[in-house]
Design a protein around this ligand. Structure first.
Ligand code: HEC
Length: 304
């Protein structure tokens, strides 16, 4: 009898654990599916959606310069998924991508020995890891981004840490991203605990909060505003916003990480920029990456 009771209790404990484990991402999954639905509907036929979604454009402009029926995986190329002219220029640049040397240099950095004889290859035995970051480290109770993981590796090996926006870190990330793309990796962000779900929620709240003297949120421009124009640029949708970093920006004339790109958007919002290694940044990136779950890694890439 006693054994039977223990067995039954064990059974219930086990199933409860399994149920909990699979439900921590329930809200995030809802959010992700809703975002796909919203984004696909908006870009199905922009001219028809003019009144609802593109009040600042004319029907003629939408007919002429916007693609139709853009599917969710296509949004990995951001603005170029729907803006026809910009896509032509993009395709031209991609014929001789300006980041090719950076990938090679990144691979050399990956293999180069630290003073102690170890290397990045010791920390990251498989370089095809771009889709696994950010993740929530349950022991440390914090989000780890690819950039912070690189610095952690330098630290444990007694090396000086790097700035997180450009230079060596961007090259190493370019190699990780390229290796992931070559191996057909997808964005694969996990939420396995209540604490991780809380970090996701905080990131989401930041994305949707109005900030700065302009009272804009990231979502004003990249959800509701996606597809509209600000100055000379059309805005990319949140969906697919993290799949292709680092990027070579023509404006920078070199390669930069996702954290570097974000600094510009903080300024657009009329805010001071947030530190690349802050909990604010890492949790925001955790949320953004989750929204791209299941999409192909396709970095590094080019942007204007
Ligand atoms: C005033 C509008 C505006 C606001 C607010 C804004 N952005 Fe942007 N963002 C842009 C524009 C314009 C671009 C360049 C065109 C594009 O690729 O979307 C851009 C580009 C980006 C990109 C690069 C997209 C790509 O395909 O490579 C990311 C990522 C991004 N923004 C994230 C954010 C986040 C996160 C916030 C909030 C902290 C934010 N943005 C706030 C206007 C804005």
């Amino acid at each position: 009898m006693l054994i039977k009771t223990i067995k039954i209790t064990a059974f219930f404990t086990l199933t409860t654990c399994i149920l909990n484990a699979s439900s921590f991402n329930a809200q995030a999954e809802k959010d992700r599916l809703a975002l796909i639905k919203y984004t696909e509907a908006k870009f199905k036929d922009p001219a028809k959606a003019q009144a609802n979604h593109f009040p600042y454009s004319t029907v003629e402009e939408l007919e002429e310069s916007y693609a139709k029926n853009v599917k969710y995986k296509d949004f990995a190329i951001g603005t170029y998924s729907y803006a026809k002219k910009a896509k032509e220029q993009y395709d031209e640049i991609k014929e001789m991508p300006p980041y090719e040397d950076a990938i090679e240099e990144g691979e050399a950095i990956y293999r180069k020995k630290f003073k102690n004889g170890k290397s990045f290859a010791t920390c990251f035995s498989n370089p095809a890891i771009a889709g696994d970051y950010p993740f929530f480290d349950e022991k440390r109770s914090e989000v780890i981004t690819i950039s912070s993981a690189i610095n952690d590796c330098l630290k444990v090996n007694g090396e000086k840490i790097w700035k997180m926006k450009k230079g060596k870190i961007a090259k190493l990330e370019a190699y990780f991203s390229f290796a992931s793309m070559e191996n057909g990796k997808k964005v694969d962000i996990k939420i396995n605990s209540q604490e991780a779900a809380d970090a996701y929620e905080r990131g989401k709240k930041e994305y949707y909060s109005q900030r700065g003297y302009l009272k804009l949120s990231c979502a004003t421009c990249h959800v509701q505003g996606a597809g509209q124009r600000v100055r000379a640029e059309k805005m990319s949708p949140l969906l697919g916003q993290t799949t292709h970093f680092p990027v070579f920006r023509l404006k920078w004339d070199n390669l930069g990480t996702l954290e570097r790109r974000m600094a510009g958007c903080n300024k657009d919002q009329g805010e001071n920029e947030h530190k690349a290694n802050s909990a604010w940044m890492k949790e925001l990136l955790y949320f953004m990456a989750y929204m791209s779950n299941g999409m192909d890694i396709d970095g590094p890439d080019v942007r204007k």
